[in-house]
Design a protein around this ligand. Structure first.
Ligand SMILES: *[C@@H]1O[C@H](CO)[C@@H](O)[C@H](O)[C@H]1NC(C)=O
Ligand SMILES: *[C@@H]1O[C@H](CO)[C@@H](O)[C@H](O)[C@H]1NC(C)=O
Ligand SMILES: *[C@@H]1O[C@H](CO)[C@@H](O)[C@H](O)[C@H]1NC(C)=O
Ligand SMILES: *[C@@H]1O[C@H](CO)[C@@H](O)[C@H](O)[C@H]1NC(C)=O
Ligand SMILES: *[C@@H]1O[C@H](CO)[C@@H](O)[C@H](O)[C@H]1NC(C)=O
Ligand SMILES: *[C@@H]1O[C@H](CO)[C@@H](O)[C@H](O)[C@H]1NC(C)=O
Ligand SMILES: *[C@@H]1O[C@H](CO)[C@@H](O)[C@H](O)[C@H]1NC(C)=O
Ligand SMILES: *[C@@H]1O[C@H](CO)[C@@H](O)[C@H](O)[C@H]1NC(C)=O
Ligand SMILES: *[C@@H]1O[C@H](CO)[C@@H](O)[C@H](O)[C@H]1NC(C)=O
Ligand SMILES: *[C@@H]1O[C@H](CO)[C@@H](O)[C@H](O)[C@H]1NC(C)=O
Ligand SMILES: *[C@@H]1O[C@H](CO)[C@@H](O)[C@H](O)[C@H]1NC(C)=O
Ligand SMILES: *[C@@H]1O[C@H](CO)[C@@H](O)[C@H](O)[C@H]1NC(C)=O
Length: 716
């Protein structure tokens, strides 16, 4: 819609339409759905020419007597395997075993999807030459390693191993790498983290006909759960949502819709692929099973049994607010609004005399001690009520209802600060009967603006950072777990507290570990692990069960775009926005993404003394604010308009392309000292003269390319 207003020459457009994304080389998604092994990881027994099965062209690997080959795809992938048998003796079997982590490579079976035991290998009786393809319900949602197992005396010759890649089922086969967003900075690890987050969510976007069926779910009410000896049968063929694609929690497991996970996954999707339909299908499946009299929403989508979770119930409501913010789809919001109000009302009914909600269900992200006046649940409630007030204003909801919501919110906030804040420790207690100070509630208190001073934000931020171990931030409320999910909220908390360097440090520590450790996939992010770096996630007894591609672990992707790129959408689709980059100790950031209103892009340079250059683009017809604390100068638009920065800020800036012009004696604080949201500037910036550096021509053309690529992708 906005394309004609962008004044791009048709020639420029034509020459750029083939470019998918400016930083294409970082994208981990395959360029085709037809994949073959990349390398041989290990050979057992006698197998000739195993490496002939790597790459596109057919080979001739001969397995003689009991023997096995494990192939490495060098990225986590998913799909349906076909083995082409070229020749075979009588009576031969060939089996297939999958695993995401190299830890679980085995001749006995795959890694696990159940709470005990491993998943069985899939066996073919190879009676004659030809192609042998696994059945559709045996699509494996996540594996980096594929083992071919031969258990019989005699020989079999395999000429090709093919995987038909199944994630993002609604995309054309050659469009898996067509991102609408991009990110680049001067730290290569951070760049890889951004793209691995984007790819993790692609892996978690599945054909909804192949959700979790599950031997495990079918036993959810059974005393047998946890007693499986394995290898267990496994298959995925339960239809979890309507539509042709769905966003689920994990690629291998659970392959179910979980609203809590979406709170992190959805913004990461918006800044990378902008795949809104999968988000809508998943949200719809939760509201489809809302209890129409109480308003209760499910812990997870079908076929998960109807369990109440105070937090996941609220996350479904947040899901609608997020979907509306990013999609600008007013009709969607209107259609959900009655259910939304009923749902919020249900949560408000748990508020007691204290002013806070009394949590009566243990169900959350599998932490322990989830009850009473829990700080995390009350922070999420406070956040949700405020989202509701904003949505209600869009919909002209009655002011008496919105006023009563505002009163409830104020009550939650006052009570939490009165009863749960420990001023000696500088953190909130989990509830008033404990001194445990959780990662989830303290992070969420800042994210929700439940804190009532910027000093509390600063104290929580430094208190959380002081607890980090060698492998990341501990979630003390979940035994010895590191939770990449809750750490995603902690990243936001550091940024809202004004500490961009802490957020970067945590990304490098925790997500760097998840990406580079040889037990991981080097491409997707794991569900959880223990604080000593073992791949044991406290809530589970069965280590091979842990999912290595979990959307809830993709917090850095949106955080990097929104806070470091500094592009904040304030109202639906970004009709109003704020540009307020914080670079921490990065020196360049180039970020952008598209919404239905058009493309948002920002290129920022900084030195240790602060921001030294910035050029951003927002869609025509939008307006926003620019906040660059400590920076003096002006903004100059591509049509020559100049807007002065007042105290580092400019408001009512029209959509367009603007370049920062620093004034001669400009001062700016260290890159990490800006704040956004409810904070105020922390520390006192040392005035330092800065001179403007011009962005190189090469970078500028990349930015233009990105802008155009975003629009092209949107128009298509
Ligand atoms: C290869 O052999 C080792 C040692 O016997 C065994 O532990 C492993 O499971 C085998 N791997 C495969 C894929 O058969
Ligand atoms: C197996 O499938 C491949 C790819 O579709 C095809 O080229 C080949 O001819 C098939 N082989 C047999 C024996 O049918
Ligand atoms: C090989 O595996 C298949 C499938 O599990 C099984 O039926 C067969 O008995 C096995 N053969 C041998 C020799 O172990
Ligand atoms: C588990 O129990 C719930 C509540 O009683 C019930 O609704 C659900 O159908 C049961 N699930 C299975 C798989 O038996
Ligand atoms: C295993 O089964 C036994 C008896 O059926 C039961 O008492 C026990 O709780 C089960 N263990 C788990 C971990 O579910
Ligand atoms: C799912 O697959 C299993 C195993 O192949 C099969 O028994 C079951 O009938 C299938 N269910 C559906 C709904 O297709
Ligand atoms: C699919 O759509 C139908 C018709 O609108 C609805 O009844 C059903 O609940 C939906 N199912 C899911 C899982 O969303
Ligand atoms: C309060 O928090 C502690 C620590 O998480 C927990 O052990 C306890 O069960 C919680 N209280 C309630 C009522 O849930
Ligand atoms: C919360 O509700 C439960 C169940 O009604 C009750 O037992 C508990 O005392 C309440 N907790 C608080 C802190 O009021
Ligand atoms: C506050 O936290 C400190 C530890 O930092 C602890 O010693 C103290 O008991 C806590 N205060 C209360 C009122 O629980
Ligand atoms: C991990 O992947 C990156 C590309 O994303 C590659 O450069 C690097 O070599 C890989 N690391 C390992 C240990 O395979
Ligand atoms: C945070 O809450 C305070 C009221 O306690 C309010 O004045 C402030 O505007 C809020 N900040 C944001 C970003 O909503």
């Amino acid at each position: 819609m906005a394309i004609s207003k962008l004044l791009l020459s048709t020639a420029a457009l034509a020459s750029l339409t083939t470019a998918a994304s400016p930083y294409d080389e970082y994208i981990l998604a395959p360029s085709s759905r037809t994949l073959h092994p990349v390398s041989v990881y290990k050979v057992n027994g006698t197998v000739s020419d195993a490496s002939s099965l790597t790459g596109d062209s057919p080979g001739n690997a001969v397995f003689t007597d009991p023997s096995a080959v494990t192939f490495d795809f060098e990225n986590n992938i998913a799909g349906l395997v076909t083995l082409e048998v070229a020749s075979v003796d009588e009576g031969q079997y060939i089996g297939i075993a999958y695993t995401e982590s190299s830890l679980w490579i085995s001749g006995e079976g795959s890694d696990a999807t159940a709470d005990a035991g491993i998943d069985e290998a899939l066996w073919f009786y190879a009676s004659e030459p030809g192609n042998y393809t696994v059945s559709r319900e045996h699509e494996r949602g996540g594996f980096r390693y594929l083992s071919l197992l031969h258990n019989t005396t005699g020989s079999i010759e395999i000429s090709q191993v093919t995987v038909h890649y199944t994630p993002m089922p609604h995309y054309q086969d050659d469009q898996l790498r067509d991102y609408t967003g991009y990110f680049h900075c001067d730290d290569e690890l951070i760049n890889r983290i951004w793209y691995a987050g984007a790819y993790t969510n692609q892996m978690c976007t599945i054909d909804p006909h192949y959700g979790n069926a599950l031997p495990f779910i079918m036993k959810i009410n059974s005393t047998q759960l946890g007693n499986e000896t394995g290898p267990n049968p496994w298959y995925s063929n339960y239809t979890i949502t309507n539509g042709t694609s769905a966003l689920v929690d994990g690629a291998k497991r659970d392959r179910l819709v979980w609203a809590g996970d979406m709170a992190i996954a959805v913004p990461a999707i918006v800044v990378s692929t902008n795949d809104l339909i999968s988000i809508a299908n998943s949200l719809d499946s939760l509201f489809a099973v809302q209890n129409s009299s109480t308003g209760q929403l499910p812990y997870a989508g079908l076929p998960f049994p109807a369990i109440y979770s105070a937090t996941y119930h609220l996350y479904s409501l947040i899901g609608v607010a997020d979907y509306y913010l990013y999609s600008d789809d007013l009709a969607y919001l209107q259609a959900k609004w009655a259910g939304w109000k009923l749902g919020l009302n249900f949560s408000l009914s748990f508020i007691d005399d204290s002013g806070m909600m009394n949590v009566t269900s243990a169900a959350d992200w599998l932490r322990f001690g989830m009850g009473g006046h829990n700080i995390e649940a009350n922070s999420i409630l406070y956040y949700t009520i405020n989202q509701g007030i904003a949505l209600g204003q869009v919909l002209n909801e009655s002011s008496s209802l919105l006023d009563s919501w505002a009163q409830s919110a104020a009550g939650v906030k006052a009570s939490a600060n009165r009863l749960l804040w420990n001023d000696t420790a500088g953190m909130y207690h989990d509830n008033e009967t404990t001194t445990l100070m959780p990662q989830d509630g303290n992070s969420w208190a800042i994210v929700a603006n439940l804190t009532d001073s910027s000093e509390k934000n600063t104290r929580i931020s430094s208190g959380l950072a002081a607890r980090w171990g060698p492998y990341g931030a501990p979630a003390v409320e979940a035994a010895d777990a590191v939770s990449p999910f809750i750490s995603g909220f902690e990243l936001q908390a550091h940024l809202l507290a004004g500490d961009a360097e802490a957020a970067l440090a945590l990304m490098r520590l925790e997500w760097g570990f998840m990406l580079d450790d040889p037990r991981m996939t080097n491409s997707t992010f794991i569900e959880g692990y223990s604080s000593d770096g073992r791949l044991h996630y406290a809530p589970y007894t069965n280590d091979p069960r842990v999912s290595h591609a979990h959307g809830w672990a993709t917090g850095p992707t949106a955080t990097l775009t929104f806070y470091f790129g500094g592009i904040h959408l304030l109202t639906a689709g970004g009709a109003t926005w704020e540009i307020s980059p914080m670079l921490g100790n990065l020196t360049t950031v180039d970020a952008g993404f598209a919404t239905s209103l058009g493309s948002f892009a920002n290129q920022v340079n900084a030195s240790s003394s602060g921001i030294t250059g910035m050029k951003f683009t927002t869609p025509a017809g939008t307006t926003g604010t620019v906040r660059l604390p400590g920076v003096s100068g002006s903004l100059k638009s591509s049509n020559g308009t100049v807007v002065p920065l007042n105290d580092g800020s400019a408001s009512n800036v029209a959509g367009g392309t603007w370049t920062l012009q620093l004034s001669g004696n400009s001062t700016s604080p260290g890159g990490g000292n800006g704040t956004y949201g409810n904070g105020t500037v922390t520390g006192s910036p040392t005035p330092t003269p800065v001179s403007q550096t011009t962005n190189g021509a090469a970078t500028l053309s990349v930015s233009l390319l990105a802008l155009v690529a975003g629009i092209v992708a949107f128009v298509l």
